[in-house]
Design a protein around this ligand. Sequence first.
Ligand SMILES: *[C@@H]1O[C@H](CO)[C@@H](O)[C@H](O)[C@H]1NC(C)=O
Ligand SMILES: *[C@@H]1O[C@H](CO)[C@@H](O)[C@H](O)[C@H]1NC(C)=O
Ligand SMILES: *[C@@H]1O[C@H](CO)[C@@H](O)[C@H](O)[C@H]1NC(C)=O
Ligand SMILES: *[C@@H]1O[C@H](CO)[C@@H](O)[C@H](O)[C@H]1NC(C)=O
Ligand SMILES: *[C@@H]1O[C@H](CO)[C@@H](O)[C@H](O)[C@H]1NC(C)=O
Ligand SMILES: *[C@@H]1O[C@H](CO)[C@@H](O)[C@H](O)[C@H]1NC(C)=O
Ligand SMILES: *[C@@H]1O[C@H](CO)[C@@H](O)[C@H](O)[C@H]1NC(C)=O
Length: 406
Amino acid sequence: MMVVKDSKAAYLYFIFILQIVGMATQNCPSPCYCNEYFEVFCNNTGISEIPRGIPKEAILLDLGGNKIKKIPYGTLNGLVNLIGIGLGNLGFSGHEIEAGALNLPNLTEVDLSFNKYKMVPPNLPKSMSTMYFSNNPIEVLDARSFDDYSSLEYIDMSNCNVTHIKPNTFDALVNVDIMHFAFTKLTNAGIPDAAFAKNKKLNYLNLRFNKLTRLLKGLPSSLESIEYIGNPIKEIPSNAFLDVPNLKTLGFMNSSLTKMNDNAFAGLEKLELLDFMSAAIISPITNNTFKGLTSLETITLDDNHIPSIDIGAFRDFKILTSLRLSGNNLTTLNKGVLDSKFIPNLNTLFIDFNPWHCDCHLRWLREKVGNASYVIEDPNLIVCHGPEKVAGKSWNELKPEDFVCN
Ligand SMILES: *[C@@H]1O[C@H](CO)[C@@H](O)[C@H](O)[C@H]1NC(C)=O
Ligand SMILES: *[C@@H]1O[C@H](CO)[C@@H](O)[C@H](O)[C@H]1NC(C)=O
Ligand SMILES: *[C@@H]1O[C@H](CO)[C@@H](O)[C@H](O)[C@H]1NC(C)=O
Ligand SMILES: *[C@@H]1O[C@H](CO)[C@@H](O)[C@H](O)[C@H]1NC(C)=O
Ligand SMILES: *[C@@H]1O[C@H](CO)[C@@H](O)[C@H](O)[C@H]1NC(C)=O
Ligand SMILES: *[C@@H]1O[C@H](CO)[C@@H](O)[C@H](O)[C@H]1NC(C)=O
Ligand SMILES: *[C@@H]1O[C@H](CO)[C@@H](O)[C@H](O)[C@H]1NC(C)=O
């Protein structure tokens, strides 16, 4: 049993328990559930009106998944501590939230996901900093849709059917930090150049699984992460990222990149992670493809069709520790490519699932297995494609002396 020695502490503890009990039992309107954190869950209870008697201490009120038809002005008055409100899955499509209904002093988080909105609705709180808006059938984001919501820092519009963003749509969002547009239907034509240019605090832009075939233009230099994963982007031109010099992570997994041009990443001196897994790359890695990526720690090039890598290709990877080249079309590799003067901190190397031609030119790499400052992972999965004598053999079955030229 808990023993409270200090009488003042005991008193405070007593008051605290009273508050919890008061909140959890006496003050919780049926059929809602209230917890000790002053969160009130009326979601999915079948109600068609906002219950009366919501405790004024409430910091969260979830009304989602009910038959509530509107949020009338005045019904939430007095909820001065409310920070978040859940209005998801209510079938809202237009003006259900009356003017002023959400004008509560502390309300900053609004969940409107899984509704039927085809526009950004009016009458949301001016102080709103977080807006969950995923899974709405909105197709066009009209110019100035967010002009009343310039406090927004976080917006999630994933799984909406957005095909078009009009010019100036986001101009008012000078505080926005994180924007999610994953699994929407954006095409090149659907995003105007400089759509995000005014969002000078934008840090993270999620464009996963859209329909972009080229990179966006005119992005704000504040961006530290952009996700193009799952877009059919075909090519990375030279100097493609000069507008975003602060990028730390960049992802192209599951895209349709066939070509990376020389100096594609020029200016990305802060980039730490570059992910090209399953990006369909067929172009060779030249000694200028990755030029300038001096802060890269991890590069993932697995499951592409890279046919060759030039000496010096990795010469800027001074702090790179992990290099993943599994599942490519490499037949050989010059010793100079992995020279420690280029990548002195390499500690993990993946080269399995390549059609290696295991002759005298590749012997040096077999010698590195278990015998280098870096670990070559999974030698049992590194299999020779040729010459005939060793074809089909894995590197743990072979010795360096088996790598010969005739
Ligand atoms: C209400 O929503 C919360 C999450 O906000 C969830 O944990 C809870 O299970 C929901 N309640 C009902 C009855 O669906
Ligand atoms: C709002 O929240 C602040 C703390 O974030 C708190 O001090 C204040 O009492 C709350 N209520 C009102 C009405 O501002
Ligand atoms: C988006 O469109 C698809 C196909 O038209 C539809 O099945 C889906 O329900 C729509 N999504 C939303 C959130 O309305
Ligand atoms: C990404 O591509 C790989 C290989 O093509 C595929 O197996 C995987 O399912 C894809 N992932 C997604 C999320 O589409
Ligand atoms: C791999 O390279 C060989 C020639 O070395 C070429 O014939 C083949 O098409 C390439 N495969 C892929 C998937 O790029
Ligand atoms: C890059 O490769 C080319 C041709 O393979 C070579 O002439 C050049 O010296 C190399 N540059 C550097 C910096 O290694
Ligand atoms: C280890 O590497 C050195 C050269 O770096 C080589 O001479 C030696 O044979 C290698 N040892 C094994 C066991 O492969």
